[in-house]
Design a protein around this ligand. Structure first.
Ligand SMILES: Cc1cc2nc3c(=O)[nH]c(=O)nc-3n(C[C@H](O)[C@H](O)[C@H](O)COP(=O)(O)OP(=O)(O)OC[C@H]3O[C@@H](n4cnc5c(N)ncnc54)[C@H](O)[C@@H]3O)c2cc1C
Length: 503
């Protein structure tokens, strides 16, 4: 079937939103199946002065792919795995942007016979995320604690810029000169840009453009929220799968014990891939949903007296080393008031699935709760934070969250990547009044986290929902520098308008 750019109709309503539940508007929509189609769509947009919103799996939580009018460029049908390449001992996969994480994983598993056991570490929980979207958000997830975010696993990119020029990048081949970038495009032309002068915070971060002196051009595009170009190909580095992957679920009676445990694990255990947290609010929302939803029957029950749960995943090269790590973990657990006899274990793929199902069921239950509330108040959405701080500020940031929630009486559910001092506090408004107060509370937290030297988005990207917080974090002068960088790539601000910058 030939490529078509269609006027937007109700048939496509689904494509006006992502998992943030924010809804946008569009005039046209298209589903390219190759790079030429993407070129045609961008040329159409330029000719008609339309802005373009790029979409992948639409699992984003920051409304990055929610359109603001113009053309929706949905890349879900450019979804082929192109080739397997090797470089020394490293195995690389060249893929198109619409490849979903779930399909990438299946393919990587199928390489076992030829290349040995491998995996792709970025794990944004939602496996219908696409590689293009994960690249644009610098997605991460639980295993980022040991393996880093998407950036660390992207070896090359092919991009189409707003004016139609293509750029083929391989890590190490195009670097900035200090804070000046002279980007060589495939047609031999050079795009000159000045990189902003701010310094990146020393925390897990997906807030605005990644900037460093003499940086690699690949790193500028990873995490750029779709504002600098369209990813049409990515070269991904695969990692050796550890021989032993064990999962533990540790229950605590108080949040303070769970925070102490996190600190002790970080000091004592060197083979942990992730340290994940679920608070009492999150456990309660899941429990309520489970009581009503037969689909969740298989999700593990949490005893009533447990108010905090920590999952810690061990990756080790042998059983002996995994046992050694488990011994260290158990002594941390005992020291922090935990009970090894009540701890959940999983040491094979079947056992580990129950942890994954649990982890996925928590945000899903929260989203369903909010969907119910939206029936009476359609403008209500969950207010999910995505902020990170340095290790030294873990307790301080928790005290800030608890104080704010207690003062306002707002309902919340908190979970996430506590090993990186990065939890998602989800304020769950019951009505529009709660929603307004929740937004104020969140804005205050963003100010305090910025003052601590933290990040306002650690993994979901800034999208449209956190554009104001980006200014809180870096200040107006830095935002102007980011705008100037955007202008060098996209003078008419056609790509992903509303992302990063308040318009
Ligand atoms: C239940 C649940 C749990 C989640 N947990 C995590 C988590 O733990 N960690 C985490 O990091 N994320 C998490 N997410 C968020 C989400 O999965 C990630 O943000 C993911 O990276 C988005 O990928 P996507 O393909 O859905 O992108 P989309 O939502 O379609 O788009 C996201 C952004 O990327 C841009 N984009 C998409 N494709 C391209 C392209 N080819 N070129 C340029 N720009 C593009 C879009 O314009 C938009 O700005 C979770 C989501 C859900 C629903």
């Amino acid at each position: 079937m030939s490529f078509r750019i269609e006027p937007f109709t109700d048939e496509y309503t689904l494509y006006l939103r992502d998992e943030s539940r924010l809804t946008g508007a569009a005039d046209f929509i298209c589903f390219p199946t190759c790079e030429d189609d993407v070129q045609e769509a961008l040329a159409f947009a330029r000719t008609h002065g339309l802005c373009v919103t790029t979409q992948g799996g639409r699992t984003g939580l920051a409304a990055g792919c929610v359109p603001r009018g113009g053309l929706i460029l949905n890349l879900s049908r450019i979804d082929r795995i192109l080739s397997v390449e090797t470089e020394g001992d490293t195995v690389l996969l060249r893929v198109q942007p619409g490849v979903l994480l779930v399909n990438l994983r299946k393919y990587v598993a199928s390489l076992r016979r030829e290349y040995g056991p491998l995996f792709f570490p970025p794990d944004p929980t939602e496996t219908t995320a696409s590689i293009g979207g994960m690249t644009a958000c610098n997605a991460s997830g639980a295993r980022t604690y040991a393996y880093g975010a998407m950036r660390r696993h992207v070896e090359g990119l092919r991009m189409i810029l707003a004016d139609g020029r293509t750029v083929s990048l391989r890590r190490g081949q195009q670097k900035a000169d200090g804070r000046r970038l002279h980007l060589r495009c495939d047609d031999g032309s050079v795009l000159d840009a000045t990189l902003p002068s701010y310094r990146m915070p020393a925390v897990k971060n997906a807030s605005g453009y990644y900037i460093e002196e003499n940086m690699d051009a690949v790193d500028l595009f990873v995490g750029s929220d779709g504002t600098l170009g369209v990813v049409t190909e990515a070269l991904l580095r695969l990692t050796d799968l550890p021989a032993e992957i064990w999962e533990t679920g540790c229950l605590f009676r108080t949040e303070r014990d769970a925070l102490d445990f996190t600190d002790m694990l970080r000091r004592s255990c060197g083979r942990l891939a992730s340290i994940e947290y679920f608070d009492a609010g999150a456990l309660q929302v899941l429990k309520n949903r489970k009581a009503r939803d037969r689909a969740l029957r298989g999700i593990t029950d949490v005893p009533d007296d447990a108010t905090s749960l920590i999952f810690a995943e061990i990756h080790a090269p042998s059983k002996d080393e995994a046992f050694d790590e488990l011994r260290k973990l158990t002594s941390c657990l005992k020291a922090c008031g935990g009970d090894p006899d009540r701890t959940w274990f999983g040491w094979n793929p079947a056992g580990i699935v129950r942890f994954k199902d649990f982890r996925h069921a928590v945000p899903e239950s929260v989203n369903l709760l909010i969907d119910e509330r939206r029936k009476t108040d359609p403008a209500v959405t969950k207010l999910g934070t995505d902020m990170s701080v340095e290790d030294r500020d873990l307790r301080r940031v928790f005290a800030m969250y608890r104080e704010g929630l207690a003062e306002t009486g707002l309902q919340s559910a908190t979970w996430g990547h506590i090993g990186n001092n990065h939890v998602h506090v989800n304020i769950l408004p019951r009505n529009m009044d709660d929603y307004r107060r929740g937004k104020q509370l969140y804005a205050g937290w963003a100010q305090q986290v910025s003052a601590m030297g933290g990040a306002v988005s650690a993994e979901h990207g800034v999208g449209k929902l956190k554009a104001a917080f980006l200014e809180t974090m870096y200040g107006p002068a830095a935002i102007e520098e980011m705008r100037a960088l955007k202008r060098a790539f996209d003078p008419r601000f056609l790509l992903d308008p509303g992302n990063l910058f308040v318009v």
